[in-house]
Design a protein around this ligand. Structure first.
Ligand SMILES: [Zn+2]
Length: 285
């Protein structure tokens, strides 16, 4: 009995001792040490009261910069998405690039508690929520921003006047763009522009391209659609493949960001009819 108690105590302590989030950020801190272009920032405190970190890459030179965003691990169990963010930061710290005139904000893990537990959802006040169903949606009426992490990110997009955004998920092997909402027409007014950018970017990894809804599933309250319909942000969603080649995926990120225009989309209205099919149970990876 004594042994059992000691063993269970040991495992409980061990579970508390593992903070994958802090481990990842320690690794990133090491990688950016000595870089003049990369700095850590704090997005704010999540529902656990702990800080969410990001990194900003500021290209050399003065003058006004265009701000872009890369966000991984909305879903805490998609561990490789954070690994790709790490590899991207590492390459920014160590290799030359052509991001002149750009500022790139990278948030490797948005859902910290989920990431530490390898769980998709994030908990607020004892209730689990899917962070990527927590944003306002033109076709679904629901309570938005139940999580602090998502509301912090939304405010950040507004404050920093983000022009292009890439979110990283897993695992399907695709690069997709709006619409992913419940509509009878998945083509946005920028459909052809999005498709061209996506096709060019996947020349490195041969991922599938198309709208979120066509390639994956429609969903209500996803960041990628919110950023586009609310602000005209050029918003792309990466679904890493199962065994991704992260070097190739970093190249895809570079190509995507290089392809973003200097200004937001001018006409990002949703002109379709919201579909009656609103099965919120179906979830995109
Ligand atoms: Zn996901």
């Amino acid at each position: 009995m004594k042994i059992l108690i000691i063993l269970s105590l040991f495992f409980a302590l061990d579970a508390f001792a593992i903070d994958h989030f802090e481990g990842l950020h320690k690794k990133i801190t090491k990688v950016i040490k000595g870089s003049n272009s990369l700095k850590k920032f704090t997005l704010g405190k999540n529902d656990e009261g702990s800080d969410l970190y990001g990194y900003v890459y500021d290209s050399q030179g003065s003058g006004e910069k265009v701000n872009h965003l890369v966000v991984a691990a909305h879903h805490g169990n998609e561990i490789l998405s954070a690994d790709l963010a790490y590899e991207f930061i590492k390459s920014l710290a160590t290799k030359k690039n052509s991001f002149k005139g750009s500022r790139i904000y990278i948030i490797p893990v948005l859902n910290k508690s989920g990431y530490n537990k390898k769980e998709r959802e994030e908990v607020a006040a004892g209730v689990s929520h899917d962070p990527n169903r927590d944003y306002p949606d033109p076709c679904v009426n629901k309570k938005d921003f139940k999580l602090k992490s998502t509301s912090l990110l939304a405010r950040f997009v507004e404050e920093k006047k983000i022009v292009g955004a890439i979110t990283i998920h897993g695992y399907y092997g695709s690069l997709t763009y709006p619409w992913g909402i419940y509509t009878d027409n998945y083509r946005s007014l920028d459909h052809d522009i999005f498709e061209l950018k996506a096709q060019k970017a996947v020349s490195y990894n041969s991922y599938t391209t198309g709208t979120h809804a066509d390639i994956l599933y429609p969903a209500g309250g996803a960041f990628e659609d919110w950023a586009y319909f609310e602000h005209g942000v050029w918003s792309l969603l990466v679904e890493l493949e199962n065994n991704p080649n992260l070097d190739d995926d970093v190249k895809m990120l570079y190509s995507s960001i290089e392809s973003f225009p200097n200004t937001r989309s001018r006409d990002h209205r949703h002109l379709g009819n919201c579909s009656q099919f609103k099965d919120l149970g179906i979830s995109r990876p």
